[in-house]
Design a protein around this ligand. Structure first.
Ligand SMILES: [Zn+2]
Ligand SMILES: [Zn+2]
Ligand SMILES: [Zn+2]
Ligand SMILES: [Zn+2]
Ligand SMILES: [Zn+2]
Ligand SMILES: [Zn+2]
Ligand SMILES: [Zn+2]
Length: 1786
């Protein structure tokens, strides 16, 4: 009660007080007072509660206005010392703005970053600046802003080049270093200072105020009422639904209100849900708390006094005001910064800015937003204060982050839950990790910590913060603080994390983001201080990595399967997040030699420290083989703990490679700490890790479950491998290069647990020794394969800078080559396969063109890169990043290409770059005794066909290794003779060691080359032997002949080979071509014979007297011209009438006959607005709507389509019943949806799976004849009018009889004319099955077209059928025009069959309806043409679509005609209908199509002079009837042009209609697009080509009709009304125009606000491509109720705009959305492509996108063809997950 009263009284009571208020006087008073703060506070205390928060419903406009007048205005007066508008304008004029753009981004606004010039990817430009910058010509990336952040235009540190756009280009005379305060008077500075400090302090006080019932000192209100708010806050715990439910209970609101409350809470962080006295609010609070306390934690609710809320409202307003004021002058901005950062009374960190920051997590979201905005526009815009602010921020960093971690006010009560439900397919973990990875700082956007990006990414600031505030260490330590769970060795342990901790863990990760920002730009110059602080940070970082070294260890499970999958994702997430940091740390080290060496030392000692705990208790053992022996520890991967996480080792591996690159490495190696290394220690853990992978491959770890499989997967995955697998390999290379290769290999064998196999003396006889356990043999085979692969990689992987002598670009080039060796790939596929750096760059663009050729995409598919043929020689079958699947695909592809080129399909190892000196000794592995021993053993095994003791891949690897040795030797020979110790050929020629004098490797190979079981390896063995021979000759000739000789010879040889192959290929192609031509010829012949046969048959038929009727059309008329309507029309002979079809279900043939079994076509009927000219017309009321006359705006129609597949009706019925039964069973069993709705009669065509919802019966052509004497129009009109009169009175009589004799006047006045039998009921000729199908299709059309329940008795059933026939023909006529196809002969069979059966059905459907009803329809239809006063509710001719009228008349006429036995012909009637409707249409066109401004007189060439005169006359006649309703027009030329153009679509549609109705073939002129269309059409339709003759030849009959039409009152009304008339021809509808550049759309969408939640940004702005409406999709705020269900904005829109079918563009996702009904939908590729010919669904890649007209036209065509629903059906059949999506929520 109290609430209501205050609400009403308050304004009036205050009005007078407000009116008397003078801002000027108040300001003047303030200038005098000594204690200004007190005075201002008093003012605020007095007025704020009177303006704000006076009732439950806030009125922001009113409040803002009052606040402006009473609160802000005096402040502005005080500040300016004069009229504020004048003072501020002066300020603005004197201002010299800084060159920063600083445009703050809205949510969803497009941002641009230059991939070439941006210092890092966080440097972005707004659209305006971008368009005016040099970068728009560069390679750029486009993204949408998440809100917050600002344009970096003008920031010289952000851009390597082009920091300014045209607008922000500084003028040369600019004095940017000058203090902006110099422009201001001292008094002004003092006043500004006063105002800012009072207001900022006030705002900070109020926003951080925590008491609920008390105000800060000085702000107590003069009068205090018992008015409170019950304030609800958001939290992390409760869901949207819980909040809505609770609110409905607690504050007694509707669901709608509750949704709106919850939405606001989500958006602003708090919302008052009740207003009233304390008791009243307290009560609501307790209900809410009680209702939600069952969950972990109740919702946070406060009961706050209204004056507090009022002050908080104004505090926000005041901050916004400050933000606006400082925009006028940089000086004001600087003063505000000073005020904000001034140290407060509590000493350090007590400035107002500090206070706000430190209270950040306690504030509600709305408040944070406002002050963050202010910070951005003040502190971050001022070069001087940005630095000071950054320091404060860094000082508070630890506390801010901690608060942020503990804060749980964010998110979960969030609309995003909708999208989670929609788009997180619960498929692979990979996706989930990826999405976490992508969504980086998602909920940080509302925390002050989010500002870090603005400071840390500025290189100079970052460096200062590192050196002065030790920021790196701070961040890392803060990070460590929050990961508290450790195991005994101090390693992280994620296993026991609760959900809450897991959530925190996600937030902790944002710290990594900060670290990334700090490191993102590498220093170009190092100071000693920076070195110190960096190394201190590096130490902290090593501490972090030490906690990861060895985490999540696994032990092989034997016996039982593990019970619970251990947690592994957290550790990998951490690893993934750190990947870039680790890489960046290395890059920093690489930029300074001293730092690198120091870091290397630190890393080494950290590793030593890690190892100290590991090796304890492991006993040393001695291994010996081939005369070498080594000591190592006893350790088995398969029995002990092993971990995949070794970041310390890997960091060291990275640094080692970097060291190898620097000069010191080979000049003064003694300066490096290499001597401290113990190679076996270095390799130990990486080797274990690789062995673990091998054993998992070998199936030894199956019982450890999927978590291990996943870990192995990620270990190799492109996101992780750079700092995992790759580094382990490098570490093995580093270790091996420092060891005796024999020792290294022995240790490797021992770790692979293969030592026992190769160390035994008779290892070459493995097959005889070890046949006990097949599984073990199999396992060992795989391990041997893996071990050999590892050796190949250690020797062969040289594409890491520092390991091999390569550049970074060589590495990328090689990656790309190997990807493209698998198959040609799209740009995005390649990007996905390559590792990205911290800037999300792969470096691919720099090298791609040197290795690949680009092929553009077509209308579908995408652009592809194909490997340049000359790059294939780089192919390495054992490329280390291939998975086994990749490897076999690549092998197959490469062999195929080689075979196609006619080359030998052997894939020898490629020539490799040289090693760097530090790694050079790795080559020796290839020729060391142990390896040769292993190779020899495997070759020996391969002598016997494999009984399981060796494998093909094992042998392949051995051959590859031998090949590598040979290639290496060849390289050495060609290169130089600097070291001649490489003599691989010699080594492999030596026989094996005693005791058994085994054959040499070479000898073995020579034997093997003829072994029948080694067919697949033969080419490789041959290659090896040939190469050996070559080398031998080279060695022999080195002294005498230059080595190039032999290679030249071989080159010549290959050239000759190639020639031969080419000739062979050409011959083969010629042969194929010949064969093809022969086949075509014989096909044509067959065709020809068939056609002739038909011709022959036809002539026979025509001779048959039984088929030709007595008085067929005279041959002269028919032979010269083909006519489709009227007595002279073409008539089908017997054979043409016969039609035999095959049922797709039972395969039986069936003739179409009236009395035969019914045959049906699968069909899909749908409502359509495709041709609508008025999308604003509200949908009809389905129960009352009278569809008899179609309005010319064609706003709603019924379209029928078919896939053209024919079935017996009984076969179809059986099929449909089976579908129904199956569906029922399915629903009972599991809740799987189907793409079609069986309950609605939908099914898929059994042949092509096309969506259908009914069937059309196929009917034969009706047999007609025509007597010679046919009445002319005059006679016919008389007869018809008599018939109508008789019928009408008969109907009235029947009606009256029913109604018991009321209103009998006029009855019996009209006796029927001769031969017209009113009581005659014709016999229905159709068989029962056909009748049944006639009803089925009629009812379906009625049901779908009107959206009603089926009712076969409804009088509207036949009308809907005629309407669908007319509408479908019209839409196809439009389609043919739009596609520039001729009217006849270009339709696909399915449409041809559909139209013909639809039309014939139309002419037969009256037989299954009530004849009286159809007759009545006919009477009403005719009355529209021949005005009849007895018929009511006839629309005027402006409101009738004439083609619909024609079709309905012709199709309803049989119901009247059947009563006539006087010998009249139906054809005559059709012709007269056509003539009358045509005249009516001409009149309609003349009435509507004349523009108001008549263009200048145009003289025609005289060819159509007659028409022009006649049309002028007709127009003037119309003017005499309508007077001022029509403009004066004298140009006959113009009028005739209007008529001709306007009527053409009608004539074309009529030609189609009569063609299908009467079966008359079309004249050849209509099969082409030639000029003679008009004459041909008129001839075919039996019309004079001067259509006006229709009028003038029967002028005396037409004049009264004309008069009748014009005197309809609606005509004049329509002409004079302001509503635009439909003009003819109606233009085809297009989908809306889309901009060429996608970012224009993003920009458009970013300024779009949700229409329902008051200016809030829409989360999923979605564009209707049909009408251009922008919608707020997929959001609670815009859900509406449709037919009793809540639906999203898109679904609701489709019902108004597209009769249930919708085509949308989801702008943020760059995705086309098709919707049909409430349950169907699919996504479709957008018509925007990037330069690589790819779409970017989800806008993830950010490449610039441009409109592809071809693809857009394809979508438009789908729409015009009415194929959207069908497309959805196909998409859903192909992808079942689409079926489960709740499309109606979009
Ligand atoms: Zn800008
Ligand atoms: Zn700019
Ligand atoms: Zn650029
Ligand atoms: Zn059948
Ligand atoms: Zn089909
Ligand atoms: Zn629309
Ligand atoms: Zn909305």
């Amino acid at each position: 009660m109290a609430a209501a009263e205050t609400d009403r009284d308050a304004p009036s009571a205050l009005c007078s007080e407000f009116l008397n208020f003078s801002a000027k006087d108040t300001a003047a008073k303030w200038l005098q007072v000594s204690n200004l703060p007190k005075e201002v506070y008093q003012h605020l205390a007095c007025y704020v509660p009177k303006i704000y928060c006076l009732g439950p419903n806030l009125n922001p406009q009113n409040e803002d206005l009052l606040a402006q007048l009473l609160l802000q205005s005096p402040l502005e007066w005080y500040l300016c010392g004069e009229e504020p508008s004048v003072g501020l304008a002066k300020l603005e004029q004197n201002n010299q703005p800084s060159q920063l753009c600083g445009h703050v981004f809205k949510v969803g606004e497009p941002t641009y970053s230059c991939r070439e010039c941006a210092a890092d990817p966080t440097c972005v430009l707004c659209m305006q600046c971008f368009l005016g910058s040099v970068h728009k010509e560069h390679r750029y990336r486009m993204t949408t802003s998440g809100g917050g952040g600002f344009c970096d235009c003008g920031d010289t540190e952000a851009w390597k080049k082009g920091p300014y756009c045209q607008k922000h280009e500084p003028n040369i005379s600019d004095s940017s270093q000058k203090d902006p305060l110099a422009n201001l008077s001292d008094e002004m500075v003092a006043r500004t200072y006063n105002v800012f400090s009072i207001i900022l302090k006030y705002a900070v006080d109020m926003l951080t105020w925590e008491k609920e019932d008390e105000l800060p000192e000085g702000l107590e209100p003069p009068a205090r009422g018992d008015t409170y708010y019950c304030m609800l806050f958001n939290d992390e715990v409760h869901t949207y639904e819980q909040v809505i439910y609770t609110l409905q209970k607690a504050v007694n609101c509707t669901q709608k209100e509750a949704v709106s409350f919850a939405t606001t809470v989500d958006r602003d962080g708090r919302k008052s849900v009740r207003f009233g006295d304390f008791q009243f609010c307290e009560q609501a609070k307790s209900v809410i708390v009680r209702n939600t306390s069952r969950q972990t934690k109740p919702l946070r609710v406060q009961v706050m006094h209204s004056s507090i809320v009022a002050h908080q409202c104004f505090a926000l307003k005041a901050l916004t005001w400050l933000g606006q004021i400082i925009r006028y002058s940089d000086a004001l901005r600087r003063i505000l910064c000073q005020v904000g950062l001034q140290r407060g009374p509590e000493g350090e960190n007590s400035s107002l800015v500090d206070t706000l920051m430190l209270c950040d997590s306690k504030m509600w979201k709305g408040a944070r937003n406002v002050y963050h905005q202010l910070f951005m526009s003040s502190l971050l815009m001022d070069t001087k204060y940005k630095k000071l602010f950054a320091i404060q921020f860094a000082k508070n960093y630890r506390r801010l982050q901690t608060d942020f971690m503990e804060d749980d006010h964010e998110r979960v009560v969030s609309v995003t839950s909708l999208s989670v439900q929609l788009f997180t397919a619960p498929t692979v973990n990979y996706e989930r990790l990826q999405s976490d990875y992508v969504k980086d700082d998602h909920d940080r956007e509302f925390s002050v910590t989010d500002l870090s990006v603005q400071m840390f990414t500025v290189p100079s600031l970052a460096r200062m913060l590192i050196t002065e505030e030790n920021l790196m260490t701070t961040i890392i330590r803060t990070f460590m603080d929050h990961l508290r769970h450790r195991d005994l060795q101090g390693r992280f342990q994620f296993e026991r994390y609760t959900a809450q901790q897991a959530f925190k863990f996600r937030r902790v990760q944002s710290l990594i983001g900060d670290l990334k920002y700090v490191l993102i730009s590498r220093p170009t110059e190092w100071t000693d201080q920076l070195r110190d602080k960096y190394l201190e940070g590096f130490d902290a970082f090593l501490e972090l990595l030490k906690c990861m070294q060895g985490m999540d260890p696994v032990v092989r499970q034997v016996g039982q399967h593990i019970e619970m999958e251990p947690e592994w994702e957290a550790a990998f997430t951490l690893q993934m997040k750190l990947t870039h940091i680790i890489s960046m740390m290395q890059e920093w080290c690489a930029s300074d030699e001293r730092v690198l060496i120091e870091a290397y030392k630190k890393c080494l000692s950290a590793l030593t420290h890690c190892h100290s705990g590991f090796t304890d208790g492991e006993q040393p053992i001695t291994l010996s083989m081939c005369g070498h022996s080594v000591d190592t520890i006893r350790y088995c991967v398969s029995q002990e703990k092993v971990s995949i996480h070794l970041p310390v080792s890997r960091l060291l591996a990275g640094l080692h490679a970097l060291l190898s690159k620097i000069e010191v490495a080979y000049r003064f190696p003694e300066q490096l700490p290499l001597s401290e290394l113990s190679p076996p220690m270095l390799i130990e853990h990486p080797l274990r890790c690789l062995v673990l992978c091998a054993q998992v491959h070998a199936g030894m770890w199956r019982r450890n479950g999927f978590s291990l499989v996943n870990q192995i997967y990620y270990y190799h995955n492109v996101k992780c491998r750079v700092e995992m697998f790759d580094k382990d390999l490098s570490m093995l290379q580093a270790g091996a290069s420092m060891m005796d290769p024999n020792h290294f290999l022995m240790i490797t064998l021992s770790r692979f647990e293969l030592y026992h196999i190769f160390s035994s003396a008779d290892c070459r006889k493995r097959y005889s020794r070890e046949n006990a356990n097949k599984d073990v043999v199999q396992q060992n085979n795989t391990l041997i394969e893996e071990m050999l692969h590892l050796v190949i990689m250690i020797v062969g992987e040289r594409y890491t800078a520092g390991v091999g002598q390569v550049e970074c670009s060589d590495e990328i080039r090689r990656e790309i080559v190997h990807q493209l060796c698998i198959r040609p790939m799209a740009h995005s596929e390649l990007v996905k396969a390559l590792p990205e750096n911290e800037n999300k760059e792969t470096g691919m663009e720099r090298v791609i063109d040197s290795v690949a050729l680009f092929k553009k995409p077509g209308v579908t598919g995408r652009g592809l890169y194909k490997l340049r043929p000359e790059c294939a020689k780089m192919f390495n079958l054992y490329f280390h990043h291939y998975s086994r699947a990749d490897q076999s695909k690549a092998e197959e592809a490469q062999r195929k290409i080689k075979r196609q080129n006619g080359e030998d399909s052997v894939l020898p190892p490629p020539v490799l770059p040289r090693f760097c000196p530090l790694f050079a000794s790795l080559v020796n592995i290839l020729q060391c005794d142990v390896l040769l021993g292993i190779l020899g053993a495997v070759l020996q095994w391969a002598m016997e066909p494999s009984g399981g003791h060796w494998s093909e891949s094992m042998l392949q690897r051995v051959l590859h290794l031998i090949g590598m040795g040979l290639v290496e030797e060849q390289q050495h020979l060609i290169g130089s003779a600097e070291d001649n110790d490489t003599n691989f050929t010699l080594k492999i020629s030596k026989p094996g060691e005693a005791p058994a004098n085994t054959p040499s490797i070479l000898a073995l190979l020579e034997t093997l080359q003829n072994a029948p079981h080694l067919e697949v390896h033969k080419d490789m063995i041959r290659w090896i032997l040939k190469t050996v021979a070559n080398i031998k000759t080279t060695r022999e000739c080195t002294a005498s002949a230059p080595p190039s000789d032999s290679s030249g010879h071989s080159q010549e040889e290959t050239v000759r080979d190639k020639d031969k192959a080419e000739r062979k290929r050409k011959a083969e192609m010629a042969r194929l071509r010949r064969e093809k031509i022969m086949a075509q010829m014989s096909e044509m012949q067959r065709h020809f014979i068939n056609e002739n046969k038909e011709l022959f048959q036809q002539s026979l038929d025509e001779l048959d007297p039984s088929t030709s009727t007595t008085l067929e059309h005279s041959p002269s008329s028919c032979d010269t011209t083909l006519v489709c309507v009227g007595p002279r029309r073409w008539r089908a002979g017997g054979s043409e009438r016969r039609q035999v079809v095959t049922c797709i279900l039972c395969q039986e043939e069936q003739e179409i006959r009236t009395d035969g079994k019914a045959m049906v076509l699968a069909a899909f009927v749908q409502r359509s607005t495709v041709m609508s000219k008025n999308r604003k017309r509200p949908p009809h009321n389905p129960d009352k709507y009278d569809p008899l006359f179609m309005h010319p705006d064609l706003s709603f129609g019924t379209h029928t389509g078919s896939c053209g597949h024919i079935m017996h009706s009984h076969c179809w019925q059986r099929y449909f019943e089976a579908v129904q039964a199956k569906e029922q069973r399915r629903q009972q069993r599991l809740r799987v949806h189907t793409s079609y709705d069986v309950e609605n009669g939908e099914f898929l065509c059994p042949l092509c799976e096309c969506l259908s919802n009914t069937v059309i019966p196929l009917l034969p052509l009706t047999k007609t004849s025509c007597s010679s004497e046919q009445p002319d129009l005059n006679q016919w009109l008389n007869i018809t009018s008599l018939q109508m009169k008789a019928l009408l009175s008969a109907h009235r009589k029947a009606k009256a009889a029913d109604a018991d004799g009321v209103d009998m006047d006029g009855v019996n006045d009209c006796p029927p004319p001769d031969g017209f039998k009113l009581d005659y009921t014709p016999k229905n000729l159709y068989s029962s099955t056909i009748k049944e199908m006639l009803t089925t299709f009629g009812t379906a059309t009625y049901k779908v077209g009107l959206k009603v329940h089926p009712n076969e008795q409804d009088p509207r059933v036949p009308i809907m059928c005629w309407g669908s026939c007319a509408y479908t023909i019209q839409s196809i006529e439009r389609l043919l025009v739009d596609e520039e196809k001729p009217l006849f002969g270009s339709l696909p069979c399915r449409q041809d069959d559909c139209l013909s059966s639809l039309t014939r059905f139309g002419s037969a459907c009256w037989t299954v309806s009530s004849h009286a009803t159809v007759q009545n329809h006919f009477i009403r239809l005719l009355a529209a043409l021949i005005p009849d006063p007895r018929v009511e509710n006839t629309p005027c001719i402006l409101d009738i679509d004439m083609f619909h009228l024609l079709v309905s008349l012709v199709l309803s006429h049989p119901a009247v005609f059947c009563l006539d036995s006087s010998g009249l012909s139906a054809d005559t009637a059709q012709l007269h209908f056509l003539h009358l409707v045509t005249v009516a249409h001409i009149v309609q066109i003349l009435l509507t199509s004349v523009p108001e401004e008549v263009q200048m007189e145009q003289e025609s060439g005289g060819a159509e002079r007659e028409e022009e005169e006649k049309v002028c006359m007709l127009y003037n006649t119309l003017r005499t009837h309508l007077g001022s309703g029509l403009h004066e027009v004298n140009s006959g030329w113009h009028l005739w042009r209007c008529v001709k153009a306007g009527i053409l679509p009608y004539l074309r549609a009529a030609a189609l209609f009569f063609h299908y109705l009467n079966g008359a073939p079309a004249p050849p002129e209509l099969h082409t697009l030639d000029v003679g269309e008009w004459e041909a059409l008129c001839g075919y339709l039996c019309l004079p080509s001067n259509l006006l003759q229709l009028f003038y030849n029967n002028r005396e009959l037409m004049e009264p009709l004309l008069h009748g039409w014009c005197s309809h009152p609606s005509v004049l009304q329509g002409l004079q009304s302001s509503v635009a008339l439909i003009r003819f021809p109606r233009e085809s509808n297009h989908l809306i125009e889309l901009p060429g550049d996608y970012s224009a759309l993003i920009n458009q969408a970013s300024s779009f606000t949700c229409p329902k939640s008051g200016g809030d940004k829409s989360r999923a702005p979605t564009l209707c491509l049909v009408c251009g409406a922008m919608l707020c999709s997929q959001s609670y705020c815009c859900q509406t109720e449709l037919e009793g269900e809540d639906v999203g904005a898109c679904t609701a829109h489709t019902f108004a705009c597209g009769a249930g079918v919708g085509i949308f563009l989801r702008v943020r996702e760059s995705q086309v959305l098709f919707l049909a009904g409430k349950t169907k939908g699919c996504f479709y590729a957008p018509p925007y492509l990037d330069d690589y010919g790819e779409t970017d669904q989800g806008l993830r890649r950010g490449n610039p996108l441009h409109l592809c007209q071809e693809r857009y036209r394809k979508i438009q065509k789908l729409w015009r063809q009415h194929s959207i629903t069908e497309e959805i059906g196909h998409a859903q059949e192909a992808n079942q997950t689409l079926v489960g999506i709740d499309w109606q929520h979009l």
